[in-house]
Design a protein around this ligand. Structure first.
Ligand code: MC0
Length: 150
C-alpha cells in the first residue's frame, strides 16, 4: 500500500475487540459465562449506532487484551438488525485501537482506503470511532477506535 505519511504502526496499538451480532444479548452473555467463565465487563446502549452492546472477557483481563463485543439490535432499522436478517448471527466486525484517530484516518484516506464517516462518531465509553469499508479491508468490516482519555 502507498504510504504517503510517515505513521502508522505506533498509532495502531492492539486488537480492541471483535464484534458479534446477536439476536438475544442475555442468551449470548450466558453462553460466554457458562462456556468460558467470561463476564460482562461493560454494557451500554448506543442510540446512534442502534445497538445494545456488552463487552465480554475474563474478569481480570489486561487493558490491551482483545475482548468480545456482543451487539444486539436496538430497533428494526439498526445496522445489526439488517446484518442479522441478511447473514444471521455471527462475526460482524473487528476493531483495532488507535492512539491517534485523526492521523490514522488521514493516512488511510491518503492511501485510498474508504472510511464510512467523514468525522469520527461516538463509540463505546465515549471513544471516537470510524469504520473502514469491508470492500477495502478484505471483506471485513474494520472498526477503528480511539478510547476516551479516562
Ligand atoms: C456489509 N458487508 C459486510 C458487512 N456488512 N462485509 C463484512 N462484514 C460486514 N459487517 C458487505 C455486504 O455483504 C456487501 O457485499 C457490501 O458490504 C455492501 O453491503 P450493503 O448491503 O450495501 O451495505 P449495508 O447496508 O449492509 O451496510 C454495510 C455497512 C454498514 C458496513 C456500510 O453495516 C455500516 O454502516 N456499518 C458501520 C456501523 C456499524 O456496523 N454499527 C454497529 C456496530 P456484496 O459483495 O454483497 O456487495 S456499533 C459499534 O461497533 C460501536 C458501538 C463501538 O464499537 O464503539
Amino acid at each position: 500500500m502507498n504510504n504517503p505519511i510517515d505513521i502508522p504502526h505506533e498509532y495502531v496499538t492492539c486488537l480492541d475487540h471483535v464484534g458479534i451480532a446477536v439476536p438475544d444479548l442475555d442468551a449470548a452473555l450466558e453462553f460466554y459465562r457458562s462456556a468460558f467463565g467470561w463476564v460482562n465487563l461493560h454494557q451500554e446502549t448506543n442510540e446512534e449506532q442502534g445497538v445494545v452492546e456488552a463487552m465480554v472477557g475474563p474478569a481480570d483481563h489486561a487493558p490491551t487484551a482483545g475482548v468480545i463485543q456482543l451487539l444486539a439490535p436496538l430497533n428494526e432499522s439498526s445496522t445489526i438488525a439488517k446484518f442479522l436478517e441478511k447473514k444471521g448471527p455471527g462475526l460482524q466486525q473487528m476493531c483495532l485501537r488507535t492512539s491517534n484517530m485523526d492521523a490514522l484516518c488521514e493516512h488511510l484516506r491518503g492511501s485510498g482506503v474508504r472510511l464510512l464517516y467523514p468525522e469520527p462518531k461516538r463509540g463505546t465509553g465515549g471513544a471516537r470511532i470510524n469504520f473502514v469499508h469491508p470492500k477495502d479491508a478484505g471483506g471485513v468490516l474494520l472498526e477503528l477506535t480511539e478510547p476516551a482519555a479516562d
